[in-house]
Design a protein around this ligand. Structure first.
Ligand SMILES: Cc1ncc(COP(=O)(O)O)c(C=O)c1O
Length: 368
């Protein structure tokens, strides 16, 4: 075991699986991977203990974790995670999109959840070594990618309520197909009026499992009402639009202004959201981060002042919103076709991520 400080570069030696998935089975999976259902042959792992810091970093065969039933994460949900993708470009090289931003967000989330920070170098090394080891799992073609899920869990066996003294960092990988198989389809959104996702001083801007656990009942309500996604309002006034269960929101106005709810500490700082702020500005749009009330949303769509609404995030990239549904009724957006600004931003992001457009902002990071 070798201990390390945050300044020492961390390497992830590979202990290769003796029983990888056969090439035939892998090809079958890659032909129709879906999302989050299949996992590659390996995972990256490292352990942190108080006093020693990070150690025992390695890429090991993918498999179940051995956790003590008293592990803190199982009781107090001391956990944070990230989501990013590896894209295969036409020349065979493999890239990720702004992974440094994911590393920085994981560090912010970790601070909020009283977990140790994973240094950026260690984060990138874990991701790179895992993708290198499981390169055969990186799909090519269409909008497919290898979804990467770095996460950190409190593994210390202790039932006292305090930050854990033993933690594990892991990265697993799962091939992902095109989010929309038959072309982009608008999503319908359920506006929850009973549940909120995050309050001031809470964990809304951290990517921690507890936020998602708390959102599931509202997501189920969305499904029960025939909707794909749930939209949360602010917890203080129940007036201002925050975000969806797993995506940020954008509103395009008839004068070309592009508006997104401002970051108040209760909204996840989406990397797609931040990238769109820049791309929209590059395209000559006025971009504004401010509070958006649900009344403004409804009135704007009804009057035509808001011409397009779209959601964004790593999984679906950019998705047009087709309907807003709540106890008070249903509001249909536009004609059901993807709006011009939505389509253009979606295409720009996809072209960049898949290596078909110039990377003017230096956002692409070569993994292999
Ligand atoms: C609650 C929430 N908001 C927004 C996003 C979008 O963030 P990103 O663009 O970094 O994927 C996600 C997805 O990670 C999310 O879970």
């Amino acid at each position: 075991m070798s201990a390390t400080t945050t300044e020492t570069p961390m390497s992830f030696p590979v202990h290769a699986s003796a029983a990888p998935v056969s090439a035939e089975r892998r090809a079958e999976v890659l032909a129709d991977p879906g999302f989050g259902k299949h996992f590659t042959d390996h995972m990256a792992t490292a352990t942190w203990t108080r006093g020693t810091g990070w150690h025992d970093a390695a890429v090991v065969p993918y498999g179940p974790l051995q956790l003590d039933p008293a592990a803190a994460v199982l009781h107090y949900a001391q956990e944070v995670f990230e989501g990013l993708k590896a894209y295969r470009h036409a020349d065979g090289s493999v890239w990720s999109f702004r992974p440094g931003a994911n590393a920085a967000r994981l560090a912010r989330s970790a601070r909020r959840l009283a977990l140790p920070e994973v240094p950026e170098q260690m984060f990138l090394e874990a991701v790179t070594q895992l993708v290198r080891t499981d390169e055969a799992w990186v799909p090519s073609g269409g909008e497919s990618s290898l979804y990467l899920r770095p996460f950190m869990v409190a593994t210390e066996a202790f039932l006292g309520v305090r930050s854990a003294h033993e933690v594990k960092f892991l990265v697993i990988a799962s091939p992902a197909g095109s989010y929309f198989r038959g072309g982009v389809e608008p999503v319908s959104i359920w506006l929850t009026q009973d549940y909120t996702r995050a309050a001031f001083g809470g964990t809304g801007s951290a990517k921690c499992g507890g936020n998602y656990a708390a959102s599931l009942v509202a997501q189920d309500e969305a499904h029960d009402n025939g909707c794909d996604q749930v939209c949360f309002l602010d917890a203080a006034e129940r007036r201002y639009v925050e975000e969806l269960g797993g995506m940020n929101l954008y509103f395009v106005h008839d004068d070309g202004t592009v508006v997104t709810p401002e970051l108040t500490g209760t909204i996840l700082e989406g990397i797609t959201r931040a990238s769109i702020l820049q791309l929209a500005q590059d395209a000559g749009h006025r971009v504004v981060e401010r509070r958006v009330s649900v009344d403004e949303w409804r009135e704007g769509v009804a009057s035509g002042r808001i011409t397009e609404v779209f959601a964004c995030g790593t999984a679906a990239v950019v998705t047009p919103v087709g309907r807003l549904v709540s106890r008070d009724g249903e509001l249909v957006h536009g004609t059901g076709a993807t709006g011009e600004v939505t389509a253009s931003i979606r295409q720009q992001l996809l072209d960049l991520q898949h290596g078909r457009a110039e990377d003017r902002h230096g956002w692409m990071h070569r993994l292999l």
